[in-house]
Design a binder for this molecule. Structure first.
Ligand code: PGA
Ligand code: ZN
Length: 440
């Protein structure tokens, strides 16, 4: 079995033009695998730390400490390990920095190495990454159903024009991945035309979606519904809507602020507002509807709406197995947003995945708002067969690279492997139990 002979990190640049960490692992056979750390803008309090140098140079965002940690501390700890033993490689990373959020090594250092390792392992077997993941973790590969951003809020630095972070479409009625992208393209174009006519077109977000100038948040959902119609689709038939509130940015328990609507809301008012949206529009998925400290709000949200929509924990779960188990105990959500960078290693992210799956939850593999040419997420979603993938919009190459990779994988796997509507129909036993209880 091939063993690791070299580990090397360098500073590269992400889709926002910010520095990030790339790690490369070379094996005795000469095979090389690489991984690039993505970066979040709306980061959860419980996710692995993003180690930045601080100070004034590059606005404090340089990653020389994280790069150095890979070259000086991580390299000697994993050189000599067999590359097919991802678990032991990740365990070494965890042992080097047992702090809960990897503050010392940096989650950006560990994730780059962990992803480089799985790439090197796949290459050492002469297999595409999706296949290596599906065989290693004994999963049935599925081409994921994507959530694709049409409108976005912009980043914190740029100032929000919308309070809802992501307004996305899903095309569960498509026959294959190619059709998903074709329908999405029509909707993206239709949304752009509508914005131009109405004088609301202002640019694109970090993740490539339209960045509109609306008067209210509901107007955004309304316009997305109109764009779906303008593209020749019946909203709620082949195409549905997913939103990410990223509500930790909007406040805390019982104290939320929707700037665009000029409203302060307590938790109950947030629930009523989103309940109205769920009634009025074809919404099937809501991510982070409440802030990460509002557990009682989440429980109530899931009790009221968990039977109608996916209740997705991103910042709330932070791709953390323990937090998934606690949320399952509390019945606070019914789906996991899986971001390897939040966990810090692939093995820990898979721990969260297995915990979610044990509850019958759905999982959406996700990229981050700061991305690169790295297309690992397309392979991870397919190889795990988890059914859904979220990478941002339909423009900007760091986004489109992931969609295009899914097309290539579909050519290898065949269109029958496309997940279609199945991930949305896979209601958990837990969820069914709750609903039956409510309706009897
Ligand atoms: P982030 O946001 O990558 O900036 O954390 C993505 C999301 O909230 O889904
Ligand atoms: Zn999110």
């Amino acid at each position: 079995m091939s063993v690791i002979t070299h580990v090397f990190a360098r500073r590269v640049w992400d889709s926002r033009g910010h520095p990030t960490v790339e790690a490369a692992i070379r094996l005795d056979s000469g095979v090389i695998g690489r991984g690039i750390a993505p970066a979040g803008a709306s980061r959860g309090a419980h996710e692995a730390a993003d180690l930045r140098d601080g100070g004034t140079r590059l606005a404090g965002m340089d990653v020389s400490k994280a790069v150095d940690n890979v070259n000086r501390l991580i390299a000697p700890a994993i050189i000599g390990l067999p590359i097919l033993d991802q678990f032991t490689i990740d365990e070494r990373l965890i042992a080097l920095d047992p702090s809960p959020r990897k503050e010392h090594l940096g989650g950006n250092a560990t994730v780059a190495v962990s992803l480089a390792a799985i790439h090197a392992a796949a290459a050492s077997q002469g297999r595409p990454l999706w296949q290596h993941i599906s065989e290693t973790y004994n999963r049935i590969p599925r081409i994921p159903l994507p959530q694709i951003q049409i409108f976005g809020a912009g980043t914190t630095d740029a100032g929000h024009r919308l309070d809802i972070q992501d307004l996305m479409v899903m095309v569960p009625g498509a026959k294959d991945f190619d059709e998903v992208l074709e329908v999405t393209c029509e909707i993206y174009l239709a949304a752009g035309e509508l914005l131009s006519w109405r004088g609301e077109r202002t640019g694109v977000t970090d993740e490539g979606g339209h960045w509109p100038a609306f008067d209210s948040n509901e107007q955004a959902i309304e316009l997305l519904t109109l764009a779906i119609q303008k593209a020749g689709e019946k909203p709620g038939a082949r195409v549905v809507i997913a939103i990410d509130m990223a509500a930790s940015r909007l406040g805390t328990r019982d104290a939320y602020r929707l700037d665009l609507d000029q409203r302060n809301l307590d938790t109950a008012a947030m629930l009523d507002l989103m309940g109205r949206w769920i009634e009025a529009y074809p919404i099937t998925s809501i991510e982070d509807p409440l802030s990460e400290d509002d557990t009682e709000g989440w429980m109530e949200f899931n009790r009221r709406f968990g039977g109608q929509v996916q209740v997705v924990g991103d910042d709330y779960l932070a791709t953390n197995a323990k937090r998934v188990q606690e949320a399952a105990r509390d019945r606070a959500c019914n789906a996991l947003l899986l971001t390897v960078g939040q966990a810090g290693t692939l093995t820990e992210a898979l721990g969260a995945y297995h915990s979610a799956e044990a509850q019958g939850w759905r999982t959406i593999v996700s990229a981050r708002s700061g991305e690169s040419e790295d297309v690992t997420v397309s392979h991870l979603a397919t190889g795990l067969g988890c059914g859904q993938l979220k990478v941002g919009s339909f423009t900007r190459s760091e986004r489109v690279a992931k969609w295009n990779e899914c097309l290539r994988i579909q050519d290898e796997l065949g269109t029958s492997a496309f997940a279609g509507a199945e991930p949305l129909e896979r209601a958990s036993t837990h969820e069914r139990g709750t609903n039956q209880h409510e309706t009897t």
